[in-house]
Every structure is written in C-alpha cells, then in structure tokens.
Design a protein. Sequence first.
Length: 355
Amino acid sequence: MILPDFSSRLIAWQKQYGRHHFPWQTDDAYCVWLSEIMLQQTQTVTVAEYYPRFWAAFPTVRDLAAAEQEQVLALWAGLGYYSRARNLHKAARQIVAEFGGTFPQRRTELEKLCGVGRSTAAAIVAFAFRQRETILDGNVKRVLCRVFARDGNPADKHFERQLWLLAESLLPENGDDMPAYTQGLMDLGATVCTRSKPVCEMCPMNDVCQARKEGRIGELPRKKTPLAIKQQTVFWLLLQRDDGAVWLQKRPQKGIWAGLYCLPESDSAKGLAEYAGNFAVQAADWEELPAIWHRLTHRLLEIIPFYVRVPCSERLPEKVTGQWVLPAKLPETGMPKPLQSLLENGLRVTHNICG
Ligand code: SF4
C-alpha cells in the first residue's frame, strides 16, 4: 500500500494532539541526545523526573565530559541499564575530544559515538538540524507494521531493513517539518497505537490502517520470542558502623551495576561469613533481612541481605577494598536501585558518634 499523505497526516495530528510539554523538546542537540538515551528502556514519566536534575548538574556537553564517572552514575542511580550512563559520559568526552565540543550534524558521524545507534542519531539530527532522517524504535515499528500490515519476524535483519526502507520512504519533503513529524511518530506509538488496546478512534491513520481493516491489530507486530529468565541468589552484607556509616565497595567496570557502589556480595552465605571475618564480627550477630527480588534483562536476582553492626574503629580492614560512607553522603553515591531501597528501609537509627 502507498500512502503519500502519511507525513502530512502525522504532522497535522502532532501539532493538534501531540505532546509539547517536555523540557527536552528543543533544537539543542545535547538535550535531544540526553533525553533519547534516557528514554531507551525507561518510561517517559520517569525520565521527566530524572532529566531536569541531570541537565541542571550538566547543562552542556562540556560539563558532562568534565564530570567524574561517579557523579554521572550517582545522578543516573535508579534509572537502570547503567551502561547507558557510562556510554553517555564516554560519548561526551568523544564530542569534546574529536568534535571540539560541538555535535556533528551528520547521522553517520553521530553513530560513531558510544551508545548512539541509528535511530538515536536520526532523532538528534531531525530535531536539532531538521535533517530528513528517520527514527525506527520499537514504537515506530509497531505503528508501521500495523498501518502497512507488515508481518515479519522482529529478530530477522532482512525484515528490519525493509522497515527502515519503508520508514525512509514516508519522510516529509521539507526538513522544517522534521521535528513535528519525528515527535508525531513518537507520540503516536506511545499514546495512541499502544501495544495493547490502541485507541484507533484517535489515530490519524484509522481510515487507512491495514491491520485495522483486516482485523489483525492484535497479531501485528509479531511478538518476539520471550527470553529465558534464569534465577540467581546472591548474599549481601550490610555493615553499619555506630555513627551510621555503611561499608560500600565499588563494583568492577564490567558486569552488572558496573562502576556503582554496592554492599559486599557473595554467591554463598559461607563466602560472606569469610568476608565478614575482616571486620571481626560474628555470624551469630547477623540479622537476616527480608529478601529483595530484582529483575535484570536475563536474570531474576534473589538478594538475601544480612545486617550487622560494627563498632567504631579508626582502622580500616587491611585486606579488603571499600570505604565507609556516612548517611549524609549516601544520596550522592551512585548505587543500584535495590540497594537504595534496602538502605532506606534496612538502616538503623544511630546515636553514637565515632570519635
Ligand atoms: S488505526 Fe489503530 S492500529 Fe492502526 S495505526 Fe492507528 S492506532 Fe494503530
């Protein structure tokens, strides 16, 4: 099916019914890039909460490049998928080092940046530089598969190439229309043509949508084969000093929660007991806290935390790496979400001051 007025319908609809209130809806490439990275795998409502804080701390790409990774991860804490934050930081440094602190205006140049794929690069050049490049994220694929009744395996590269070609063929002629058009694609997929229960009455394509005509909305796009989820149990040790400080270790740069601060962890209670020996605390003094369940992409983590109080001591354990972090410093320490909630609920009020 050919639909020559796809873009004009979408642009008119976006101007009247689309979303216009987000703080990142500007023609500043830095703001667009920041929001696009945050919006990958995160709900808009959550991004709307994090974005202003992040932008206030790093208002330009140079500010972000000059920051320490720990500052960036601390502001990202809770958004999940931390590789996005590490890549964002690396890419900011690339922009400063390789492009003099100015965003390149070509999609293919932008794709050389850490963590920037074709769709993200297209969004940046469409919004910031009004270039005729198309986005194609999961929401846009859903809209196209339905409007044009495209039926294929979402994991198939050939099918994906077909969708890119289709998306490119629909672009508006005039580059000035690119911001409204691109926002329209995003808005339609996010607010009207949703995965379940699309609101077809509100859709600017409802009289031409092939999936609707054929009664195939529920089956298009085809579902991805669900990932096999493995369950894993880990044990955490929450050591709290009499002045309230908590013992934290920085995680390695590879693996889950890379670069964030976390509690000592072991895959067995015995391993944790051996570690605790460094602090001269007895396993009999431990208190088992309620288990925490945390879903990662391919894994379901069961975290079993143990709490133990440690007397104040000037001497740090010699054989272990880590540091005591006072309660006042915890909010600015980058840590994974399950640890944030554990500390909110698992810490004891302390009155003794070490000295
Ligand atoms: S008519 Fe319904 S199914 Fe078709 S694109 Fe619009 S919202 Fe989606």
